[in-house]
Design a protein around this ligand. Structure first.
Ligand code: NAD
Ligand code: MN
Length: 505
């Protein structure tokens, strides 16, 4: 087991053949010696071996986090010192930007432009929260004279943070940055398909001077390690991003210890194009809305509703541009569509497309796994447009998590709102209109955590991100997130000159 002390933590190359986990400020291997291999989805090639955490390792990580929280200095640091270290994390990430981008592309198969945007946002998250903590305060509240009430914000404690494979570094940053900003300690479990950039981020945190045990990163199986963290009585909070079924399961199991829970789950986000929209802007925004990150996005605008008056014009342009999207070498600047994470995801996507076809839908573009020259062993799916669908179909109701959009026509605003809200999910939504009153009206009527008005982007550091309904609860990426990593302690004091004797004895 490599044990490198925090003070002289050995900084290794970003890309290497083996990655250890991070426990208590040390790079360490599995207690069982087990490793697993992570692959490049675009080529099918093995990239590296990764230490596979056992429950014994998870226990060590929880104890390290517990000890750092209970006895450590991190939460007692003055805010400016925590800020300085968080800015240093961001600074190291900036200096290793290209390495992080290429590692992210390799491990997840995403395109260069997507990876660049996400690594940049991960950096900006640390910068944002380094600033945001200054404004995160408790309150002084009105109470009867000679009493005083101060409500303080205290860090919630040890946080288990479980993340998915679609945004490996960005999700790690969304979780780690706000938690450590307020003084929590964390045990992060990356997705097994994409553990590398979260591990490097864990190393960067140690290198930047985050004290031992405050940030631990342990790759391993969701059902064993994830489960272990969720049920552990020394873990105070679980923050989970992933699928809705697993989120429900986590909430149920976390209830045994009454952990604080935040859940960022799946989606089936609507995208409404009104008859008064700027059609070209709507076409381009809708393309990005569904095909960004190869559709493997929780807030993918995967249900497209187009007003009947502009339907033909819109669809002609939308289909033509979809057919122009290029699949290919993810690290090539011109590539729009990266790989699918693995073969089983390709099969899942294809099953949805086939089921729609069997139910009478029409495929206007794509509709099958793709073969990409030079990347024949990778996992690919053609950007796909499906019409002649209805809300009874599985492909319209369920999250596909791939480059597949279903399209329907509507004839008035009321109908569009009804269709948009006819889903168990409520994460993203988008609308395209040049009528300001309509934009306001529809934004208010949509049951979703995010509404994009004439805008293809769903998140910036500072904007609340999270869902309504079965897309989960809690908001990330914003100031409100800091509340979700803190408890409020109400301190009531009496400063009157006469002792109080309420029983009158
Ligand atoms: P997933 O639910 O399969 O896995 C997510 C994480 O949970 C992984 O680290 C996995 O190992 C772990 N896990 C699995 N079983 C577990 C268990 N029983 N206990 C504890 N942890 C367990 O999701 P995925 O396939 O990795 O990611 C795709 C899903 O994530 C999609 O549904 C997508 O919409 C969602 N997602 C949501 C957001 C958001 O912000 N709302 C962002 C990204 C992805
Ligand atoms: Mn991988």
């Amino acid at each position: 087991m490599a044990t490198v002390k925090e003070q002289n933590f050995e900084v290794l190359e970003t890309k290497r053949e083996h990655y250890g986990m991070i426990i208590n400020g040390e790079r360490t291997d599995s207690s069982s010696g087990e490793t697993f291999t992570t692959y490049n989805p675009a080529t099918g090639e093995a990239i590296a071996t990764v230490a596979k955490a056992t429950t014994e390792d998870a226990e060590r990580a929880v104890q390290a986090a517990r000890d750092a929280f209970d006895n450590g200095k991190w939460k007692k640091f003055p805010v400016n010192k925590r800020q300085r270290i968080m800015m240093k994390i961001a600074g190291i990430m900036r200096s290793r930007f290209n390495e992080l981008v290429s590692l992210e592309i390799m491990d997840s198969g995403k395109s260069l432009s997507a990876a660049q945007g996400q690594v940049m946002q991960a950096i900006e998250d640390f910068e944002f929260y380094a600033g945001a903590i200054v404004g995160h305060r408790g309150s002084v509240n009105n109470v009867p004279g000679q009493f005083q009430n101060v409500a303080e914000k205290e860090p919630v404690g040890v946080c288990a943070q479980i993340i998915p494979w679609n945004y490996p570094l960005m999700m790690a940053a969304w979780k780690i940055a706000p938690a450590i900003a307020v003084g929590c300690s964390v045990v992060v479990k990356p997705a097994s398909l994409t553990p590398l950039t979260a591990l490097v981020l864990g190393e960067i945190c140690v290198e930047a001077g985050v004290p031992q045990g405050v940030v631990n990163v342990i790759p391993g199986s969701g059902s064993t390690i994830g489960n272990y963290l969720v049920e552990h009585d020394q873990v105070d909070k679980v923050a989970f991003t992933g699928s809705t079924p697993i989120g429900k399961n986590i909430m149920e199991r976390a209830s045994q210890t009454l952990k604080r829970v935040t859940l960022e789950l799946g989606g089936k986000s609507p995208n409404i194009v009104f008859e008064d929209a700027d059609v070209d802007a709507a076409v381009d925004g809708s393309l990005f809305g569904i095909f960004y990150n190869t559709g493997q996005s929780c807030e993918a605008r995967s249900r497209l509703y187009v007003h009947e008056d502009i339907y033909d014009e819109f669809m002609e342009k939308f289909v033509a541009k979809t057919k122009q999207l290029s699949l290919g070498d993810p690290s090539d600047k011109g590539t729009h569509i990266g790989a699918i994470i693995d073969d089983s995801q390709v099969k899942t996507i294809d099953e949805y497309v086939q089921s729609a076809k069997e139910e009478g839908a029409t495929i206007l573009a794509g509709g099958k796994p793709a073969t990409v020259e030079g990347f024949e062993n990778g996992h690919w799916y053609e950007p796909t447009i499906i019409t002649d669908v209805n809300h009874e179909m599985k492909a319209v109701r369920e999250e596909i998590f791939g480059p597949v959009v279903v399209v329907m026509k509507f004839s008035n605003e009321k109908e569009a709102i009804k269709l948009a809200n006819d889903t168990v999910y409520g994460l993203g939504s988008a609308l395209w209109t040049t009528d300001y009153a309509r934009a306001t009206r529809v934004s208010k009527a949509i049951q979703a955590g995010i509404v994009m008005v004439n805008c293809p982007f769903s998140a910036f550091p500072g904007t609340p991100f999270g869902g309504y309904k079965q897309s989960g609860f809690g908001r990330e990426l914003c100031i409100e997130t800091l509340d979700l990593y803190t408890e409020t302690k109400s301190i009531i004091s009496y400063f009157g000159s006469r002792p109080l004797n309420p029983f009158g004895l």
